[in-house]
Design a protein around this ligand. Structure first.
Ligand code: AMP
Ligand code: MG
Length: 494
Protein backbone atom coordinates (compact mmCIF):
# COMPACT_ATOMS: atom_id res chain seq x y z
CA UNK A 1 0.00 0.00 0.00
CA UNK A 2 3.04 2.26 0.03
CA UNK A 3 3.66 5.15 2.31
CA UNK A 4 0.25 6.69 1.77
CA UNK A 5 0.64 9.05 4.66
CA UNK A 6 3.69 10.97 3.74
CA UNK A 7 2.70 13.76 6.08
CA UNK A 8 5.94 15.64 6.45
CA UNK A 9 5.65 16.21 10.16
CA UNK A 10 7.74 18.95 11.70
CA UNK A 11 6.64 19.01 15.30
CA UNK A 12 7.40 21.87 17.64
CA UNK A 13 4.76 21.92 20.38
CA UNK A 14 5.63 18.34 21.35
CA UNK A 15 9.16 19.54 22.11
CA UNK A 16 8.02 22.07 24.68
CA UNK A 17 8.57 20.87 28.26
CA UNK A 18 6.69 17.88 29.62
CA UNK A 19 4.21 19.91 31.60
CA UNK A 20 2.73 21.31 28.36
CA UNK A 21 1.25 17.98 27.29
CA UNK A 22 0.84 14.28 27.82
CA UNK A 23 2.31 11.91 25.25
CA UNK A 24 -0.07 9.19 24.17
CA UNK A 25 -1.43 7.68 20.95
CA UNK A 26 -5.05 7.73 19.86
CA UNK A 27 -7.07 4.69 20.91
CA UNK A 28 -7.66 2.25 18.01
CA UNK A 29 -11.27 1.68 17.03
CA UNK A 30 -13.25 -1.40 16.11
CA UNK A 31 -14.15 -0.82 12.46
CA UNK A 32 -12.62 2.26 10.86
CA UNK A 33 -14.46 3.64 7.85
CA UNK A 34 -13.57 6.81 6.00
CA UNK A 35 -16.61 9.01 5.45
CA UNK A 36 -14.88 11.81 3.66
CA UNK A 37 -11.45 13.16 2.88
CA UNK A 38 -11.07 16.86 2.07
CA UNK A 39 -8.98 16.43 -1.07
CA UNK A 40 -8.01 20.08 -1.72
CA UNK A 41 -6.95 20.47 1.91
CA UNK A 42 -4.99 17.21 1.77
CA UNK A 43 -3.12 18.61 -1.24
CA UNK A 44 -2.51 21.87 0.58
CA UNK A 45 -0.89 19.85 3.35
CA UNK A 46 1.44 18.18 0.88
CA UNK A 47 -0.34 14.82 0.63
CA UNK A 48 -0.92 13.16 -2.70
CA UNK A 49 -4.59 12.13 -2.56
CA UNK A 50 -4.21 9.82 -5.56
CA UNK A 51 -1.76 7.68 -3.61
CA UNK A 52 -3.97 7.40 -0.54
CA UNK A 53 -5.77 4.10 -0.34
CA UNK A 54 -9.08 3.99 1.43
CA UNK A 55 -8.05 1.44 4.01
CA UNK A 56 -4.99 3.38 5.13
CA UNK A 57 -6.99 6.59 5.21
CA UNK A 58 -9.68 4.97 7.36
CA UNK A 59 -7.04 3.63 9.75
CA UNK A 60 -5.19 6.93 10.12
CA UNK A 61 -8.23 9.23 10.31
CA UNK A 62 -9.98 7.07 12.87
CA UNK A 63 -6.93 6.95 15.12
CA UNK A 64 -6.24 3.25 14.59
CA UNK A 65 -2.89 3.78 12.93
CA UNK A 66 -0.39 6.45 13.88
CA UNK A 67 1.24 7.84 10.74
CA UNK A 68 5.00 7.91 10.50
CA UNK A 69 6.57 11.03 11.99
CA UNK A 70 3.63 11.79 14.26
CA UNK A 71 4.39 12.53 17.91
CA UNK A 72 0.90 12.24 19.41
CA UNK A 73 0.09 14.39 22.44
CA UNK A 74 -2.87 15.69 24.41
CA UNK A 75 -2.37 19.38 25.19
CA UNK A 76 -2.85 20.84 28.66
CA UNK A 77 -5.07 23.89 29.08
CA UNK A 78 -7.43 25.56 31.50
CA UNK A 79 -10.30 27.92 30.82
CA UNK A 80 -13.14 30.11 31.93
CA UNK A 81 -16.35 28.32 31.06
CA UNK A 82 -19.43 30.54 31.22
CA UNK A 83 -17.45 32.88 33.47
CA UNK A 84 -16.21 30.21 35.88
CA UNK A 85 -12.57 29.27 36.00
CA UNK A 86 -11.62 25.61 35.60
CA UNK A 87 -7.89 25.22 36.31
CA UNK A 88 -7.56 22.02 34.30
CA UNK A 89 -9.37 21.10 31.11
CA UNK A 90 -6.97 19.91 28.41
CA UNK A 91 -7.54 17.66 25.42
CA UNK A 92 -9.96 15.16 26.88
CA UNK A 93 -10.82 13.62 23.55
CA UNK A 94 -8.39 15.12 21.09
CA UNK A 95 -4.91 14.00 20.11
CA UNK A 96 -2.52 16.24 18.26
CA UNK A 97 -0.72 14.03 15.74
CA UNK A 98 1.77 16.74 14.89
CA UNK A 99 2.48 19.77 12.76
CA UNK A 100 2.92 19.97 9.02
CA UNK A 101 4.44 22.85 7.10
CA UNK A 102 2.04 23.22 4.18
CA UNK A 103 2.71 24.06 0.53
CA UNK A 104 2.55 27.77 1.33
CA UNK A 105 5.03 27.43 4.18
CA UNK A 106 2.39 27.73 6.90
CA UNK A 107 2.70 25.52 9.98
CA UNK A 108 -0.55 23.60 10.61
CA UNK A 109 -1.63 21.30 13.42
CA UNK A 110 -3.20 17.98 12.47
CA UNK A 111 -5.40 16.79 15.30
CA UNK A 112 -7.83 13.92 15.78
CA UNK A 113 -10.96 14.88 17.69
CA UNK A 114 -12.84 12.00 19.30
CA UNK A 115 -9.66 9.89 19.47
CA UNK A 116 -10.23 8.27 22.86
CA UNK A 117 -9.62 8.94 26.51
CA UNK A 118 -6.65 10.92 27.79
CA UNK A 119 -5.51 11.95 31.28
CA UNK A 120 -7.62 15.11 30.69
CA UNK A 121 -10.87 13.25 30.01
CA UNK A 122 -12.30 13.63 33.51
CA UNK A 123 -15.65 11.80 33.33
CA UNK A 124 -15.83 11.82 29.53
CA UNK A 125 -15.46 8.90 27.15
CA UNK A 126 -12.97 10.64 24.87
CA UNK A 127 -15.20 10.06 21.90
CA UNK A 128 -17.35 12.05 19.48
CA UNK A 129 -20.64 11.17 17.84
CA UNK A 130 -21.13 11.22 14.09
CA UNK A 131 -23.69 14.06 14.09
CA UNK A 132 -21.45 16.66 15.78
CA UNK A 133 -18.49 15.54 13.63
CA UNK A 134 -20.42 16.15 10.42
CA UNK A 135 -21.71 19.41 11.84
CA UNK A 136 -18.17 20.63 12.51
CA UNK A 137 -17.15 19.48 9.04
CA UNK A 138 -19.96 21.43 7.37
CA UNK A 139 -19.72 24.60 9.41
CA UNK A 140 -15.92 24.89 9.54
CA UNK A 141 -15.62 24.36 5.79
CA UNK A 142 -18.47 26.82 5.20
CA UNK A 143 -16.66 29.41 7.30
CA UNK A 144 -13.51 28.86 5.29
CA UNK A 145 -15.40 29.28 2.01
CA UNK A 146 -16.90 32.48 3.41
CA UNK A 147 -13.35 33.76 3.90
CA UNK A 148 -13.44 33.74 7.70
CA UNK A 149 -10.36 32.52 9.61
CA UNK A 150 -11.13 29.07 10.95
CA UNK A 151 -9.84 25.64 11.74
CA UNK A 152 -10.45 23.26 8.85
CA UNK A 153 -11.65 19.70 8.51
CA UNK A 154 -9.36 17.27 6.72
CA UNK A 155 -11.40 14.11 7.22
CA UNK A 156 -14.27 12.39 8.97
CA UNK A 157 -14.25 8.70 9.81
CA UNK A 158 -16.61 6.45 11.71
CA UNK A 159 -15.37 4.04 14.32
CA UNK A 160 -17.83 1.15 14.19
CA UNK A 161 -18.36 1.77 17.90
CA UNK A 162 -21.26 3.35 19.65
CA UNK A 163 -21.07 6.36 21.90
CA UNK A 164 -23.61 6.83 24.61
CA UNK A 165 -25.13 10.28 25.04
CA UNK A 166 -28.87 10.46 25.61
CA UNK A 167 -29.10 7.69 23.01
CA UNK A 168 -26.58 5.25 21.59
CA UNK A 169 -25.03 6.99 18.57
CA UNK A 170 -22.51 6.03 15.91
CA UNK A 171 -19.01 7.11 16.95
CA UNK A 172 -16.78 9.18 14.68
CA UNK A 173 -13.46 10.99 14.56
CA UNK A 174 -12.84 14.38 12.96
CA UNK A 175 -9.42 15.40 11.72
CA UNK A 176 -9.00 19.08 12.47
CA UNK A 177 -6.36 21.30 10.92
CA UNK A 178 -5.49 24.54 12.71
CA UNK A 179 -2.81 27.21 12.67
CA UNK A 180 -2.38 25.93 16.22
CA UNK A 181 -4.53 24.70 19.07
CA UNK A 182 -3.14 27.22 21.56
CA UNK A 183 -5.95 28.94 23.41
CA UNK A 184 -6.32 31.77 25.89
CA UNK A 185 -6.90 28.91 28.33
CA UNK A 186 -3.45 27.48 27.57
CA UNK A 187 -1.92 30.67 28.99
CA UNK A 188 -4.29 30.56 31.96
CA UNK A 189 -3.24 26.99 32.73
CA UNK A 190 0.35 28.03 33.47
CA UNK A 191 -0.43 31.47 34.90
CA UNK A 192 -2.74 30.09 37.59
CA UNK A 193 0.04 27.70 38.64
CA UNK A 194 2.45 30.60 39.01
CA UNK A 195 4.62 28.97 36.36
CA UNK A 196 6.03 32.17 34.83
CA UNK A 197 8.73 30.27 32.92
CA UNK A 198 6.09 28.23 31.14
CA UNK A 199 4.01 31.32 30.36
CA UNK A 200 7.12 32.87 28.84
CA UNK A 201 7.97 29.77 26.80
CA UNK A 202 4.40 29.59 25.56
CA UNK A 203 4.39 33.28 24.67
CA UNK A 204 7.69 32.92 22.82
CA UNK A 205 6.33 29.92 20.95
CA UNK A 206 3.19 31.86 19.97
CA UNK A 207 5.18 34.89 18.84
CA UNK A 208 7.48 32.72 16.76
CA UNK A 209 4.59 30.84 15.24
CA UNK A 210 1.80 33.37 14.79
CA UNK A 211 3.29 36.84 15.23
CA UNK A 212 6.94 36.65 14.07
CA UNK A 213 7.08 40.39 13.39
CA UNK A 214 6.80 41.02 17.12
CA UNK A 215 10.20 39.50 17.87
CA UNK A 216 11.65 42.95 17.29
CA UNK A 217 9.06 44.81 19.36
CA UNK A 218 10.28 46.88 22.26
CA UNK A 219 7.87 45.10 24.63
CA UNK A 220 7.11 41.84 22.78
CA UNK A 221 4.66 40.40 25.34
CA UNK A 222 2.59 43.56 25.43
CA UNK A 223 2.74 43.63 21.65
CA UNK A 224 1.55 40.02 21.64
CA UNK A 225 -1.47 40.92 23.74
CA UNK A 226 -2.25 43.86 21.45
CA UNK A 227 -1.93 41.68 18.36
CA UNK A 228 -4.25 38.97 19.73
CA UNK A 229 -6.76 41.67 20.67
CA UNK A 230 -6.63 43.01 17.13
CA UNK A 231 -7.13 39.58 15.52
CA UNK A 232 -10.02 38.66 17.81
CA UNK A 233 -11.70 41.99 17.06
CA UNK A 234 -11.33 41.35 13.33
CA UNK A 235 -12.60 37.78 13.72
CA UNK A 236 -15.70 38.57 15.76
CA UNK A 237 -16.54 41.41 13.34
CA UNK A 238 -16.54 38.82 10.55
CA UNK A 239 -18.84 36.56 12.55
CA UNK A 240 -21.33 39.36 13.00
CA UNK A 241 -21.29 40.12 9.30
CA UNK A 242 -22.55 36.64 8.41
CA UNK A 243 -24.91 36.07 11.33
CA UNK A 244 -22.70 33.48 13.03
CA UNK A 245 -23.17 32.60 16.68
CA UNK A 246 -20.29 30.60 18.15
CA UNK A 247 -22.31 29.40 21.10
CA UNK A 248 -19.49 28.48 23.55
CA UNK A 249 -17.09 31.41 23.67
CA UNK A 250 -15.21 30.10 26.67
CA UNK A 251 -11.54 31.06 26.98
CA UNK A 252 -10.57 27.47 26.18
CA UNK A 253 -12.37 27.91 22.88
CA UNK A 254 -10.59 31.16 22.01
CA UNK A 255 -7.59 30.60 19.76
CA UNK A 256 -4.66 32.99 20.08
CA UNK A 257 -4.02 32.65 16.34
CA UNK A 258 -7.31 34.39 15.60
CA UNK A 259 -9.06 31.42 14.02
CA UNK A 260 -12.60 30.34 14.80
CA UNK A 261 -12.26 27.13 16.82
CA UNK A 262 -14.50 24.54 18.44
CA UNK A 263 -17.70 24.11 16.53
CA UNK A 264 -20.19 22.80 19.05
CA UNK A 265 -23.64 24.30 19.31
CA UNK A 266 -22.72 27.07 16.87
CA UNK A 267 -25.34 28.24 14.39
CA UNK A 268 -26.19 30.90 11.84
CA UNK A 269 -29.26 32.95 12.48
CA UNK A 270 -32.08 33.16 10.00
CA UNK A 271 -34.33 36.10 11.00
CA UNK A 272 -32.27 38.93 12.45
CA UNK A 273 -32.47 39.28 16.21
CA UNK A 274 -29.40 40.42 18.15
CA UNK A 275 -30.52 38.42 21.20
CA UNK A 276 -30.47 35.11 19.31
CA UNK A 277 -29.14 32.11 21.27
CA UNK A 278 -29.28 28.53 20.00
CA UNK A 279 -27.16 26.62 22.47
CA UNK A 280 -29.18 24.54 24.91
CA UNK A 281 -26.60 25.09 27.65
CA UNK A 282 -26.44 28.90 27.29
CA UNK A 283 -29.41 29.58 29.50
CA UNK A 284 -28.51 33.16 30.42
CA UNK A 285 -27.74 34.16 26.84
CA UNK A 286 -24.15 34.96 27.76
CA UNK A 287 -23.05 34.06 24.24
CA UNK A 288 -26.00 35.58 22.36
CA UNK A 289 -25.29 36.98 18.89
CA UNK A 290 -24.78 40.61 19.94
CA UNK A 291 -22.90 39.73 23.14
CA UNK A 292 -20.03 38.22 21.19
CA UNK A 293 -17.87 41.37 20.97
CA UNK A 294 -17.99 42.16 24.72
CA UNK A 295 -17.46 38.48 25.53
CA UNK A 296 -14.40 38.37 23.29
CA UNK A 297 -13.08 41.42 25.13
CA UNK A 298 -13.74 39.71 28.46
CA UNK A 299 -11.85 36.64 27.28
CA UNK A 300 -8.93 38.80 26.18
CA UNK A 301 -8.83 40.37 29.64
CA UNK A 302 -8.18 36.85 30.96
CA UNK A 303 -5.25 36.59 28.52
CA UNK A 304 -3.99 39.97 29.74
CA UNK A 305 -4.05 38.71 33.34
CA UNK A 306 -2.10 35.62 32.36
CA UNK A 307 0.54 37.75 30.62
CA UNK A 308 0.91 40.41 33.33
CA UNK A 309 4.09 39.03 34.84
CA UNK A 310 5.73 39.00 31.42
CA UNK A 311 4.60 42.47 30.48
CA UNK A 312 6.44 43.93 33.45
CA UNK A 313 8.17 42.23 36.36
CA UNK A 314 6.61 44.98 38.47
CA UNK A 315 2.91 44.02 38.33
CA UNK A 316 1.81 47.56 39.12
CA UNK A 317 3.58 48.80 36.04
CA UNK A 318 2.10 46.05 33.85
CA UNK A 319 -1.46 46.88 34.75
CA UNK A 320 -1.89 50.10 32.88
CA UNK A 321 -0.57 49.07 29.47
CA UNK A 322 -2.42 45.76 29.72
CA UNK A 323 -5.63 47.57 30.51
CA UNK A 324 -5.06 49.96 27.61
CA UNK A 325 -4.64 46.98 25.26
CA UNK A 326 -7.96 45.52 26.39
CA UNK A 327 -9.70 48.89 26.28
CA UNK A 328 -8.65 49.17 22.64
CA UNK A 329 -10.87 46.23 21.71
CA UNK A 330 -14.14 48.13 21.13
CA UNK A 331 -12.40 50.62 18.84
CA UNK A 332 -10.77 47.85 16.78
CA UNK A 333 -14.01 45.93 16.63
CA UNK A 334 -16.03 48.94 15.54
CA UNK A 335 -13.53 49.78 12.81
CA UNK A 336 -13.53 46.24 11.40
CA UNK A 337 -17.25 45.83 11.75
CA UNK A 338 -18.20 49.13 10.15
CA UNK A 339 -15.77 48.62 7.28
CA UNK A 340 -17.39 45.24 6.61
CA UNK A 341 -20.93 46.57 6.91
CA UNK A 342 -20.10 49.37 4.46
CA UNK A 343 -18.99 46.74 1.97
CA UNK A 344 -22.17 44.79 2.58
CA UNK A 345 -24.19 47.89 1.71
CA UNK A 346 -22.11 48.68 -1.36
CA UNK A 347 -20.42 51.78 0.04
CA UNK A 348 -16.90 52.31 -1.27
CA UNK A 349 -16.31 55.62 0.51
CA UNK A 350 -16.76 56.54 4.17
CA UNK A 351 -19.32 59.05 5.36
CA UNK A 352 -20.04 60.12 8.90
CA UNK A 353 -23.66 58.98 8.71
CA UNK A 354 -22.83 55.41 7.66
CA UNK A 355 -23.03 53.94 11.13
CA UNK A 356 -26.55 55.30 11.50
CA UNK A 357 -27.47 53.94 8.07
CA UNK A 358 -26.27 50.44 9.03
CA UNK A 359 -28.09 50.62 12.37
CA UNK A 360 -31.24 51.76 10.60
CA UNK A 361 -31.28 48.65 8.43
CA UNK A 362 -30.56 46.32 11.34
CA UNK A 363 -33.32 47.92 13.41
CA UNK A 364 -35.78 47.53 10.54
CA UNK A 365 -34.70 43.89 10.07
CA UNK A 366 -35.18 43.20 13.75
CA UNK A 367 -38.61 44.82 13.84
CA UNK A 368 -39.62 43.13 10.59
CA UNK A 369 -38.06 39.70 11.45
CA UNK A 370 -36.27 39.81 8.11
CA UNK A 371 -33.91 37.03 7.14
CA UNK A 372 -30.35 38.29 7.73
CA UNK A 373 -28.62 36.55 4.84
CA UNK A 374 -31.36 37.00 2.24
CA UNK A 375 -31.83 40.69 3.03
CA UNK A 376 -28.21 41.45 2.22
CA UNK A 377 -28.08 39.11 -0.77
CA UNK A 378 -31.16 40.65 -2.32
CA UNK A 379 -29.81 44.15 -1.67
CA UNK A 380 -27.07 43.23 -4.18
CA UNK A 381 -29.73 42.92 -6.89
CA UNK A 382 -31.38 46.13 -5.73
CA UNK A 383 -28.05 47.96 -6.03
CA UNK A 384 -28.02 47.15 -9.76
CA UNK A 385 -31.74 47.42 -10.47
CA UNK A 386 -33.95 49.55 -8.18
CA UNK A 387 -37.07 47.53 -9.04
CA UNK A 388 -35.43 44.58 -7.27
CA UNK A 389 -36.02 46.38 -3.97
CA UNK A 390 -39.45 44.76 -3.91
CA UNK A 391 -37.74 41.42 -3.37
CA UNK A 392 -35.98 42.76 -0.29
CA UNK A 393 -39.10 44.49 0.97
CA UNK A 394 -41.05 41.23 0.87
CA UNK A 395 -38.73 39.80 3.55
CA UNK A 396 -40.02 42.30 6.12
CA UNK A 397 -43.20 41.60 8.04
CA UNK A 398 -43.75 45.33 8.58
CA UNK A 399 -42.07 47.05 5.63
CA UNK A 400 -42.64 50.68 6.68
CA UNK A 401 -39.29 51.07 8.43
CA UNK A 402 -37.56 49.31 5.55
CA UNK A 403 -39.09 51.68 2.97
CA UNK A 404 -37.79 54.71 4.83
CA UNK A 405 -34.39 53.08 5.12
CA UNK A 406 -34.29 52.11 1.43
CA UNK A 407 -34.90 55.72 0.40
CA UNK A 408 -32.00 56.87 2.59
CA UNK A 409 -29.78 54.12 1.16
CA UNK A 410 -30.57 55.12 -2.44
CA UNK A 411 -29.70 58.75 -1.60
CA UNK A 412 -26.46 57.60 -0.04
CA UNK A 413 -25.56 55.50 -3.10
CA UNK A 414 -25.93 58.59 -5.28
CA UNK A 415 -22.98 60.06 -3.43
CA UNK A 416 -20.81 56.96 -3.79
CA UNK A 417 -18.44 56.59 -6.75
CA UNK A 418 -19.07 53.02 -8.03
CA UNK A 419 -21.30 52.26 -10.97
CA UNK A 420 -24.39 50.19 -10.11
CA UNK A 421 -22.97 47.14 -11.86
CA UNK A 422 -19.62 47.33 -10.11
CA UNK A 423 -21.34 47.89 -6.82
CA UNK A 424 -23.62 44.90 -7.21
CA UNK A 425 -20.66 42.68 -8.09
CA UNK A 426 -18.66 43.89 -5.12
CA UNK A 427 -21.64 43.31 -2.85
CA UNK A 428 -22.11 39.77 -4.13
CA UNK A 429 -18.56 39.01 -3.05
CA UNK A 430 -19.32 39.85 0.60
CA UNK A 431 -23.00 38.95 0.98
CA UNK A 432 -23.31 35.17 0.74
CA UNK A 433 -26.27 33.48 -0.89
CA UNK A 434 -25.57 30.27 1.03
CA UNK A 435 -24.87 29.73 4.72
CA UNK A 436 -25.18 26.48 6.66
CA UNK A 437 -28.76 26.99 7.65
CA UNK A 438 -29.70 25.02 10.73
CA UNK A 439 -32.60 23.16 9.19
CA UNK A 440 -30.43 22.02 6.28
CA UNK A 441 -27.60 20.99 8.58
CA UNK A 442 -29.96 19.04 10.82
CA UNK A 443 -31.48 17.26 7.84
CA UNK A 444 -28.07 16.26 6.49
CA UNK A 445 -27.00 14.97 9.90
CA UNK A 446 -30.23 13.03 10.44
CA UNK A 447 -29.91 11.27 7.08
CA UNK A 448 -26.35 10.23 7.90
CA UNK A 449 -26.96 9.16 11.49
CA UNK A 450 -30.37 7.55 11.12
CA UNK A 451 -30.16 6.10 7.61
CA UNK A 452 -26.44 5.90 6.84
CA UNK A 453 -27.24 8.19 3.89
CA UNK A 454 -24.45 10.69 3.30
CA UNK A 455 -25.83 12.17 0.07
CA UNK A 456 -27.52 15.17 1.76
CA UNK A 457 -24.28 15.89 3.68
CA UNK A 458 -22.25 15.72 0.47
CA UNK A 459 -24.67 17.96 -1.40
CA UNK A 460 -24.81 20.56 1.36
CA UNK A 461 -21.02 20.59 1.64
CA UNK A 462 -20.85 21.16 -2.10
CA UNK A 463 -23.32 24.06 -2.01
CA UNK A 464 -21.47 25.70 0.88
CA UNK A 465 -18.14 25.53 -0.93
CA UNK A 466 -19.06 28.50 -3.18
CA UNK A 467 -21.31 30.60 -0.97
CA UNK A 468 -21.01 33.81 -2.95
CA UNK A 469 -22.08 32.29 -6.27
CA UNK A 470 -25.64 31.94 -7.36
CA UNK A 471 -26.29 28.25 -7.85
CA UNK A 472 -29.45 28.13 -9.91
CA UNK A 473 -30.12 24.43 -9.43
CA UNK A 474 -29.66 24.79 -5.68
CA UNK A 475 -31.83 27.83 -4.99
CA UNK A 476 -33.75 26.04 -2.24
CA UNK A 477 -30.58 25.96 -0.12
CA UNK A 478 -30.69 29.76 0.06
CA UNK A 479 -34.18 29.76 1.52
CA UNK A 480 -34.89 30.30 5.21
CA UNK A 481 -36.77 27.55 7.05
CA UNK A 482 -40.53 27.30 6.84
CA UNK A 483 -42.11 27.86 10.25
CA UNK A 484 -42.31 24.10 10.84
CA UNK A 485 -38.66 23.56 9.90
CA UNK A 486 -37.17 26.12 12.22
CA UNK A 487 -34.44 24.83 14.54
CA UNK A 488 -34.70 26.53 17.91
CA UNK A 489 -31.95 24.79 19.85
CA UNK A 490 -28.56 23.28 19.17
CA UNK A 491 -26.57 20.95 21.38
CA UNK A 492 -22.92 20.53 22.23
CA UNK A 493 -23.15 16.84 21.61
CA UNK A 494 -19.99 16.17 23.59
P1 AMP B 1 -15.66 21.53 24.57
O1 AMP B 1 -16.99 21.76 25.19
O2 AMP B 1 -15.67 20.58 23.41
O3 AMP B 1 -14.93 22.80 24.26
O4 AMP B 1 -14.80 20.77 25.67
C1 AMP B 1 -14.55 21.29 26.94
C2 AMP B 1 -13.67 20.32 27.70
O5 AMP B 1 -14.34 19.07 27.87
C3 AMP B 1 -12.35 19.99 27.03
O6 AMP B 1 -11.39 19.77 28.02
C4 AMP B 1 -12.67 18.71 26.30
O7 AMP B 1 -11.51 17.93 26.05
C5 AMP B 1 -13.57 18.01 27.30
N1 AMP B 1 -14.48 17.06 26.65
C6 AMP B 1 -15.53 17.34 25.85
N2 AMP B 1 -16.13 16.22 25.44
C7 AMP B 1 -15.44 15.18 25.96
C8 AMP B 1 -15.56 13.76 25.90
N3 AMP B 1 -16.53 13.16 25.22
N4 AMP B 1 -14.66 13.03 26.59
C9 AMP B 1 -13.68 13.61 27.29
N5 AMP B 1 -13.52 14.93 27.39
C10 AMP B 1 -14.38 15.72 26.74
MG1 MG C 1 -13.23 23.27 23.49
Amino acid sequence: MGNAFAFRFDNSYAHLPDRFHVRLPPTPVRAPRLIRLNVPLAEELGLDPASIDAEAAAAVFSGSRVPEGADPIAMAYAGHQFGHFVPQLGDGRAILLGEVVDREGRRRDVQLKGAGRTPFSRGGDGRAALGPVLREYLVSEAMHALGIPTTRTLAAATTGEQVYREDALPGAVLTRVAASHIRVGTFEYFAVRGDVDAVRQLADHVIERHYPDLRQAERPYLALLEAVVERQAALVARWLQVGFIHGVMNTDNTSVSGETIDYGPCAFMDAYDPATVFSSIDRGGRYAFANQPPVAQWNLARLAEALLSLIDPEPERALEPARAAIDAFPGHFERHWLAGMRRKLGLAMDEAGDRALVDGLLDAMHAGTADFTLTFRRLCDAAAAPEALAGVRSLFSAPGAFDAWAAAWRDRLERDPQSPGERADAMRRVNPAFIPRNHRVERALAAAVERDDFAPFEELLQVLSTPYEDQPGRAEYAEPPQPGERVLQTFCGT
